[in-house]
Design a protein around this ligand. Structure first.
Ligand SMILES: [Zn+2]
Length: 249
């Protein structure tokens, strides 16, 4: 019987080294991709802290409820405040925000009005304590032929016990026509988890329809549109989302 050939450990070193190098390279690439987004998120958090400590100190960050930011912007600004997080912003690696978070200038819940951004048909599902959704049959200029929805959330107290939605829209409301500018309720900070309130703001998103004619899951960004063109909002030189009409050329 012949002896089995001896393995030479040295032959494994080179492939292992190569694998290590590839892994390191991949990690560096992922880091480079994620890092600028995290830097932006850190800037946004700092600005948000400044906003909450004194909203009046930064009037150029403020949008006005009911304002039409550009003459040809189809939708009205649904609430006043500071657009602290925009569409496709990231709160953590891998996360993509599906709408606008507009933070109150008023410092308290149940004070800052939320209005319908456009004429449409309002639904509040039976289990919804803080949100309504409005169907808009067509948007020829921006999404030709498409039925879209606007979604308004966080209109309840931090512990979820008190809804700030206007009383004419009780849970279970379906397809009730509301003109643009209709009062829907007031900003709150219910996140769905009483231990983790959101900070007082409106989450506003523009949601795609499903093939069956319902609304798609707005928590996934692929089911939403960037609200910027609908509202006439753009980023200023500092990266703050503001009314495009308020930027001086
Ligand atoms: Zn949000």
């Amino acid at each position: 019987m012949s002896e089995p050939p001896k393995r030479r450990p040295g032959r494994l070193v080179l492939p292992l080294l190569a694998l290590l190098l590839v892994l390191c390279g991949a990690l560096i690439l992922v880091g480079l991709a994620v890092q600028p987004r995290l830097a932006v998120a850190a800037d946004q958090l700092l600005r948000l802290r400044a906003w909450f400590s004194d909203p009046a100190a930064n009037p150029e960050w403020t949008v006005l409820g009911g304002q039409r930011c550009l003459p040809d912007a189809p939708m009205l600004m649904p609430t006043p405040g500071y657009i602290g997080f925009g569409w496709d912003d990231s709160f953590r690696p891998g996360h993509r925000h599906s709408g606008y978070d507009i933070f109150t200038p008023d410092g308290a819940v149940n004070v800052t009005p939320v209005i319908a951004a456009y004429d449409g048909y309002l639904t509040r599902e039976p289990g919804w304590r803080s949100a309504v959704i409005i169907r808009h049959p067509d948007f020829p200029a921006i999404v030709p032929g498409a039925e879209i929805w606007t979604y308004y959330a966080h209109m309840a107290s931090a512990d979820g016990s008190e809804s700030f939605i206007a009383p004419q829209f009780p849970a279970g409301t379906r397809e009730l026509f509301v003109p643009a500018g209709t009062l829907l309720g007031y900003q709150g900070n219910w996140s769905g988890n009483a231990a983790n309130p959101t900070g007082i703001h409106l989450h506003f998103s523009i949601v795609r329809s499903t093939p069956g004619g319902g609304y798609a899951d707005e928590t996934d960004i692929v089911n939403t549109y960037d609200p910027g063109p609908f509202l006439g909002v753009t980023r200023n030189a500092a990266g703050v989302l503001v009314c495009a009409g308020a930027i001086t050329p």
